[in-house]
Design a binder for this molecule. Structure first.
Ligand code: AMP
Length: 189
């Protein structure tokens, strides 16, 4: 199973991905987590992307595609993969198709968490206070939201056309969102 959890920043993708990992044994591939780990470790990659992450802009397609490729190699034979925060551009989506094709698989399901942008701002302000993620501050978050609308939202019609897009109300309570995802996955199977 190759599942893309799709939606703007702070839509709840990470929370739902972690539930799927616990319940189904899938592997979560969060490019945001990978990049933050690189920054925290002070690696060459981390130093290269630190200021980009802090600004809310996107790092290059090349960097995130290489991270995903590497993870797919390291986790060969896994029950499933959840792509969280990837792909974020048309170029990344095309690269993912190629990476999967070369392994004899494909994107099976794209679940879009549908959320209200104003409510997201409230949600992320709370997360900023609780977790202190620098890029959750309201000004940077607006940049992230703009990037989502400009670069990532255009993927919606592409996956819809393929018939693999499912929509789930991301504003519902966490367990209700999970039930919606389970139902969407059953439909996709
Ligand atoms: P996230 O935790 O998914 O919101 O990602 C945090 C930040 O990491 C983003 O604001 C980007 O700067 C960077 N990032 C994460 N995933 C990607 C991606 N697929 N393409 C480009 N930049 C990314």
């Amino acid at each position: 199973m190759n599942l893309i959890l799709f939606g703007p920043p702070a839509a709840g993708k990470g929370t739902q991905a972690k539930k799927l990992v616990a319940e189904r044994g899938y592997i979560q591939l969060s490019t945001g987590d990978m990049l933050r780990a690189a920054v925290a470790s002070g690696s060459e990659l981390g130093n290269k992307v630190k200021s980009i992450l802090e600004s809310g802009a996107l790092v290059s397609d090349e960097i995130v595609i290489a991270l995903i490729d590497d993870q797919l190699n390291q986790n060969e034979g896994a029950a499933g993969f959840i792509y969280d925060g990837f792909p974020r551009t048309v170029g990344q989506a095309e690269a993912l198709d190629e990476l999967l094709k070369s392994r004899g698989t494909q994107v099976d399901c794209v679940i879009r968490l549908v959320v209200d942008e104003q409510a997201l701002l409230t949600r992320v302000t709370k997360r900023f206070e609780e977790q202190g993620r620098k890029d959750d501050n309201p000004a940077t978050f607006s940049v992230r939201l703009e990037k989502y609308n400009a670069d990532t939202a255009p993927l919606v019609p592409i996956y819809a056309e393929r018939g693999i897009l499912r929509e789930v109300d991301g504003m519902a309570a966490i367990d209700e969102v999970s039930s919606g995802i389970d139902a969407a996955l059953k439909e996709a199977a």
